[in-house]
Ligand binder design. Structure first.
Ligand code: TYM
Length: 346
């Protein structure tokens, strides 16, 4: 018997524009998980400031991610939606995890290496410790399942290592405090579906990303129908027609990416898409993909615009979510303090 009820947690950074990768790799999955699990979805503004953010832009982007959650179909009443900085346990537990995680573990994080680039000496300490804060996000709620895109896999493995080391290092105290064998769950990453790694429209070997200087590399959630169609028309492809089976996509990164995007938008598998479009030229497939993308994304963009016209409502949703999140997280933090041996008010 585990003491951990199934619970989903995931987060999205309010930096730059949300794109199709965030939507298909994460937000669509967040919406699905609501049917079967209690879900907590967080706009991780404290992660965002590990690199410089303009304050007004950070506020705007926090509301925009929240609006995207709501517009996509996340229910902030049945579940919880909030911004990270409103729940102080995230910072508090991250400090404990700074003392659990090892320098060697963090030194292996590929995302830090990518983001810090050549100038590591000048990266913020927060950027280095970023995965510890992420572990705190998840474990403050004793979350058992975390839906994410492929690029977060290594961070989630680190969160599992932190939970296991805490459980191990404090085993006696955990048992003495009545928590049995494990204080923290060993969280399951959920990285599934046809779009766990949506690639750039300009280069099928690079991930679609907020930080790509070319806006043609990505479809933003707020792009209008014309921009979506134009970007897909200009998307890099090869001269061959589409294959009839997924094996034929091997070595054709751009073709594989567009088929994956179609499948994810249509709620189908890549196999099913190729059954319909095998043998088709890109000149036929791209307009069909553009129509599908516009049909799926335009209503979300419209709803986001409507929600963003009333920032007071969005802020109220975040405050309400933060109140409910705090209640859960503070209970975990009290347990952590008892297990570590910190004196606290009871
Ligand atoms: P972030 O804000 O970079 O991305 C949010 C989510 O979108 C997914 N994603 C993609 N999926 C498919 N294809 C892509 N090209 C693509 N680009 C992004 C990401 O995998 C992610 O699921 N560190 C996290 C935020 C975070 C978090 C957490 C996630 C903070 N705490 C706790 C889970 C649990 C991040 O920067 O995601």
């Amino acid at each position: 018997m585990t003491r951990f009820a199934p619970r989903v947690f995931s987060g999205v950074q309010p930096t730059g524009n949300l794109h199709l990768g965030n939507y298909l790799g994460a937000i669509v999955r967040f919406v699905e998980m609501q049917e079967t699990h209690d879900c907590i979805y967080c706009v991780v503004d404290m992660h965002a400031i590990t690199v410089w953010q303009d304050p007004a832009e950070l506020t705007r982007a926090t509301r925009e991610v929240t609006a995207a959650f709501l517009a996509a179909g996340i229910d902030p009443v049945a579940h919880i939606v909030f911004n990270q900085s409103q729940v102080h346990v995230h910072a508090e537990l991250a400090w404990v995890f700074n003392c659990v995680a090892r320098m060697g573990w963090l030194n292996r994080m590929t995302q830090f290496k990518e983001k810090a680039g050549k100038d590591r000496e000048n990266a913020s300490v927060g950027l280095f410790a970023y995965p510890n804060l992420m572990a705190a996000d998840i474990l403050a709620y004793l979350a058992t399942h975390v839906p994410v895109g492929e690029d977060q896999k290594q961070h989630l493995e680190l969160a599992r290592d932190i939970a296991a080391k805490f459980n191990h290092d404090f085993a006696e105290s955990i048992a003495a405090n009545g928590y049995g064998e494990e204080f923290f769950p060993i969280t399951e990453p959920l990285i599934t579906g046809p779009a766990t790694r949506v690639m750039s429209l300009r280069d099928g070997t690079r991930k679609m990303s907020k930080s790509d200087p070319s806006d043609y590399s990505r479809i933003n959630l707020t792009d209008d129908a014309e921009a979506i169609a134009l970007k897909l028309r200009k998307a890099k492809t090869d001269p061959e027609p589409l294959p009839s089976e997924t094996d034929g996509l091997k070595g054709r990164a751009e073709a594989e990416n567009l088929v994956g995007i179609y499948a994810a938008l249509a709620g189908e598998t890549k196999e099913a898409v190729l059954r319909d479009y095998g043998g088709a030229q890109f000149s036929n497939f791209k307009p069909a993909l553009a129509d599908l993308a516009v049909a799926k994304l335009a209503p979300i963009a419209g709803e986001m615009r409507r929600l963003l016209a009333d920032p007071g409502h969005i802020d109220a949703v975040l405050v309400d979510g933060a109140d409910r999140a705090s209640e859960i997280a503070m209970k975990t933090m009290d347990g952590v303090k008892d297990v570590i041996g910190f004196i606290r008010k009871k």
